[in-house]
Design a binder for this molecule. Structure first.
Ligand code: PRX
Length: 664
């Protein structure tokens, strides 16, 4: 490092507040600080501006119907179609411009540019094909696909014919697919033969087929041929109820499908996410509210303009990809990028190469990726010209100030604002973050709530806590992008998100408070630092996993008597899975058995949930009422001083386990 660099590092280390540059502010979509006050005064009408970013078939009568909380309705009686908004309306001005720039993992492969006209053509053909297979309005179509262009095409085709989609992350297991298809009564599946991972073709259809065996009803499957001849070795034959995507598209070449008018409150999609029980929750998002929310936040926070080439490195199998690769950016008519592979293939500069080649203007990624980039070193981004970047974003987990500053300096060259965006699958889009053209940034803190949102940090009684004190994050007013319910389970919806801080007998919306199950603190300027989940949900590499789901996979293994799963700190993944396991009498505590347990978790959920360590223990620390003290198990995993053990029934076990894990 040169002297100048050392000086710069030292200055960055100290600096706690960063201003956006004048050059950024001058061109920002939102740069008037008055927006906060204005939205507060004009609530809920302030959200008309978000709805105005869309084209409506029938305009709405009412912005918010809050007569039956927490079942809020937004833009009631309005009708629209999401695929029209993401494609058709851009054709006149942007028909020949790229809608999707797709980059495959193999470097020597032809990448795909889909202009808005191409996307229109393909979405129409896919819509016609799906309809021909029998997909009707409101039928849930499951997609179990990696990052290939056919995924957004299929999603938008469903949106066109009013069929909600349910995308299952391709890294999830066969069992996870079956559970979600059964829960959604989904009779249609779109999947593919395989994809590339770190240079090798990976079989995917085999896993999909295994999942289909666990589906309780008849299904039709459409299979995309992603691998061509490279997939021959997998020897796939399509069954009678399986159809080749390419053939279906050819059969419907040139088809045009009239977009179905959907009510604002009609379901656009379902997304399953992890909760505190072993069963994933089907989060329901709607057409009008969700699309307005993702379009508005894409414009205000990501500063997206039609002429941008915007790059979000998330996977479409998670909510970030739905909201900020597909719906938000396409609703604004911009160019959105998709990358199939991992950031370290063929080398650790792959993302920077893509940014340079395509002239990406924004990059939106996860802290876990930033921590990995940081570990690999700045020599990788330094090999590339990243000057096209105008804004950087992070999402999915807390980002530590060091990683934030590394990102700001080495990727953004101290010129790009960094937006640290807090939100969830359930919120549909961003909630707490700086507006980059208005607010200063404070590394480590997501920022203030977006205008029009009422977010508070409260204690267990629901009273606001002092600045600087830890409390629970709550949202005290509804917003258009919010989930409407859990699929076919209104009761669980109330129980999971509202019961904690609401008067559930009241019909007054002021008595209803949304609780996202995150801990947080707020500073004197109203900036919120999110501390992490307060329920039994883990955040591993930005992926949300329920400890109960992992535990039930482990106790399903013959020879396991009991299991407790907790998250331990991890330098790159944020959190890693630690599994404490009690074996049955006669079962050997061997490495083979450990491997069997790891495999069971991979089978039930997927490799993302693979335990970092499986720790055999004769007992688990329990309170006198029999509750497992997870906090102590977390302390052990983190090598920390042990908390209070006096309330335990079996305090001596804690020291025994600690010795096994920490080894002294
Ligand atoms: O704990 C919060 C964390 O991720 C959770 C939501 O996970 P999921 O529904 O999978 O959505 C992830 C993508 C939006 C939250 O409850 N989280 C998300 N963003 C942040 C965060 N924690 C701290 N800072 C963030 N910016």
């Amino acid at each position: 490092m040169s002297d100048e660099d050392v000086e710069l590092e030292a200055r960055l280390e100290e600096q706690e507040v960063f201003e956006p540059s004048d050059a950024f502010v001058e061109q920002a979509n939102v740069s008037d600080a008055g927006i906060y006050e204005e939205f507060e005064e004009e609530w809920p009408e302030c959200w008309e501006g978000a709805a105005d970013l869309l084209d409506w078939e029938e305009s709405y009568d009412q912005v918010l119907d809050d007569s039956n909380p927490p079942f809020y309705e937004w833009f009631t009686d309005g009708t629209l179609n999401a695929s029209t908004n993401c494609i058709d309306r851009h054709l006149d001005e942007r028909g020949d411009e790229a809608a999707i720039e797709w980059v495959g993992e193999p470097v020597d492969e032809d990448n795909v540019t889909l202009t808005y006209s191409d996307l229109h053509e393909k979405v129409n053909e896919a819509a016609a094909a799906l309809r021909d297979l029998g997909v009707g309005e409101d039928d849930v179509v499951t997609m179990y696909m990696p990052m290939i262009p056919e995924l957004p095409i299929a999603m938008l085709a469903c949106a066109r014919i009013g069929a909600p989609h349910s995308v299952v992350f391709a890294g999830f297991s066969a069992d996870a697919l079956a559970t979600r298809m059964n829960s959604a009564d989904s009779e249609y599946l779109v999947t593919c033969d395989g994809y590339y991972r770190r240079g090798d073709p990976l079989d995917h259809l085999d896993k999909a087929n295994e999942g289909l065996e666990g589906v309780e009803h008849d299904t039709d499957t459409v299979v995309v041929d992603r691998l061509g001849r490279n997939g021959d070795d997998f020897g796939h034959d399509l069954a009678d109820d399986q159809h080749d995507w390419g053939e279906l598209m050819a059969d419907h070449e040139g088809a045009e499908v009239e977009p179905v008018d959907r009510d604002a409150e009609d379901m656009l999609f379902l997304m399953y996410t992890s909760g505190t029980t072993g069963k994933p929750k089907g989060v329901k998002h709607t057409t009008g509210g969700y699309l307005s929310w993702t379009a508005w936040t894409s414009q205000a926070v990501l500063d997206i303009k039609p002429e941008d080439t915007y790059f979000c490195s998330a996977d479409i199998g998670w909510i970030t990809g739905h909201s900020y690769i597909v719906y938000g950016p396409l609703a604004l008519g911009t160019t959105t990028m998709m990358y199939e592979g991992t950031p370290d293939h063929p080398d650790r500069d792959r993302l920077w190469e893509i940014v340079e080649d395509y002239g990406a203007t924004q990059l939106y990624t996860a802290p876990t990726a930033i921590r990995a980039f940081m570990k690999w070193g700045e020599e990788y981004p330094d090999q590339h010209d990243l000057s096209s970047l105008r804004l950087l974003g992070t999402v999915g987990e807390p980002i530590n100030p060091r990683a934030w500053k590394w990102y700001y300096k080495h990727i953004g060259n101290e010129e790009c604002p960094v937006v640290d965006t807090w939100w969830q699958t359930e919120t549909g889009g961003m909630m707490v973050t700086t507006l980059p053209g208005v607010k200063d940034m404070k590394p480590g803190s997501a920022g203030p709530p977006l205008p029009g949102l009422d977010v508070q940090i409260v204690d267990t009684n629901g009273d606001e806590v002092e600045p600087g004190r830890a409390g629970y994050l709550t949202v005290n007013k509804p917003w258009p992008g919010m989930l409407r319910t859990l699929y076919k389970n209104d009761e669980r919806f109330i129980e999971e998100y509202w019961a904690e801080y609401s008067d559930t007998d009241s019909s007054d919306p002021d008595d209803w408070v949304y609780f996202p199950e995150d801990g947080a603190k707020i500073d004197e300027d109203g900036y919120i630092t999110v501390l992490g989940r307060v329920d039994d949900v883990l955040n591993v590499s930005g992926h949300r996993l329920g400890t109960m789901e992992i535990e039930s996979a482990i106790v399903g293994v013959e020879g396991v008597a009991e299991a407790a799963v907790v998250g331990g700190d991890h330098p790159v993944k944020g959190e890693a899975v630690y599994a404490y396991v009690i074996v049955e009498d006669g079962q050997e505590e061997s490495d083979e058995f450990r491997a069997e347990i790891v495999e069971a978790v991979e089978d039930a959920i997927g490799p993302i949930a693979r335990p970092e360590q499986v720790i055999f223990t004769p007992e688990l620390p329990k309170t006198r009422s029999g509750k497992i003290m997870r906090r102590l198990l977390e302390d052990i995993a983190n090598g920390e001083e042990l908390g209070n053990t006096s309330t335990l029934r079996n305090p001596e076990i804690v020291e025994d386990i600690r010795q096994v894990v920490q080894g002294d």
